[in-house]
Write a protein that binds this ligand. Structure first.
Ligand SMILES: [Mn+2]
Length: 323
């Protein structure tokens, strides 16, 4: 951590980037570290390949995220947050890799330790927790915008303090953030209380799609492109739906299969699926996701796969035999 701070103190323009389909932790930790560095007089650019989901646009300064970067030579340092590997940032990975110094800050157990410096703590409940410690160590005062960003990262990554990564520090840091100006009711209202009607209707279809293995220990939820079309929604509206499949009595593993269209340039589009996995603490879904070329944590992980839906489902249901 000291070497990273020393480096940042003397660095020129800094790029802050996180993963595609950013969640509350990706956005919150990006804003927190970027704004802290700005208060030290640094020139900071925030990058995200996918647009910020509507529920996170309340975050002050989130409108500063740009969806395109060019000429890598304008940055001296890139800070990559909440990404198990550098390709999670999306298409810009090839540009970012060429930035002279890459700093990798993350809490995923499958992190590949890419970059010149890495700050990985798999016991941290969120990347925002690691960023909090870094900001403290840098002696940057936490203003209310940084406080809201850190609070949102921790609140969302712990599923509102319900997931197994929730610990004493999650509460302690959030308590401090509230004292510094984060309003828990306001954050909860924006993150959970602003569902569009389309999203509720999509949730209805997603819940209706749930299938359970014979032994009752594995559940599968499927969300298709057709469901998005019918409800006028987008993939980021699915955020959190998997918890309904996971909350079913006796379920040890829940899977959410998300159908997506992949753009193949002039060859048109093809179907691809993203599979999210959640487990109670007794099964390591990070291992399963890694086997299929993805990654994540032991209780929350995911991978992408291009094969017919029926084949994916049978692969997933086979996992139930070992439960
Ligand atoms: Mn995270």
């Amino acid at each position: 951590m000291d070497k990273i701070i020393q480096h940042l103190q003397q660095s020129g323009p800094i790029l802050i980037a996180s993963h595609i389909n950013p969640d509350g932790d990706a956005i919150g930790s990006s804003l927190a570290i970027g704004l802290a560095l700005e208060s030290l007089g640094k020139h900071v650019t925030f990058y995200t390949e996918s647009p910020i989901p509507a529920v996170y646009r309340f975050l002050p300064e989130s409108d500063r995220m740009v969806e395109e970067i060019n000429a890598e030579n304008q940055f001296q340092t890139a800070i990559i947050l909440d990404c198990g590997d550098i390709y999670r940032v999306g298409d810009a990975a090839s540009i970012i890799e060429k930035i002279p110094t890459v700093i990798n800050i993350d809490h995923h157990i499958t992190n590949t330790k890419f970059g010149n410096y890495s700050l990985i703590d798999t016991t941290a409940c969120a990347t925002a927790e690691i960023v909090y410690r870094l900001i403290k160590k840098m002696n940057v005062p936490i203003n209310n915008v940084i406080a809201i960003s850190i609070y949102t990262g921790i609140m969302t990554d712990t599923g509102s303090f319900r997931f197994s990564n929730t610990n004493k520090d999650s509460f302690a840091i959030c308590e401090e953030m509230i004292a510094l100006g984060a309003d828990p009711y306001l954050v909860a209202q924006y993150v959970y209380g602003t569902y569009s009607l389309g999203r509720i209707k999509l949730l209805n279809r997603a819940i209706d799609s749930i299938e359970i293995s014979k032994n009752g220990k594995l559940s599968v939820m499927t969300v298709t492109e057709e469901m998005f079309d019918e409800t006028n929604t987008k993939p980021d509206d699915v955020d959190g739906f998997i918890n309904y499949a996971k909350g079913i009595e006796d379920v040890k593993i829940a899977a959410l299969i998300l159908e997506q269209h992949k753009n193949n340039g002039n060859k048109g589009t093809s179907k691809t699926y993203h599979v999210s996995l959640r487990s109670d603490e007794t099964v390591d879904v990070g291992e399963i996701a890694t086997f299929y070329g993805g990654g994540g944590h032991s209780t929350a992980a995911g991978f992408s796969i291009e094969s017919p839906l029926a084949g994916i489902k049978s692969k997933i249901f086979n996992l139930a035999n070992k439960l």
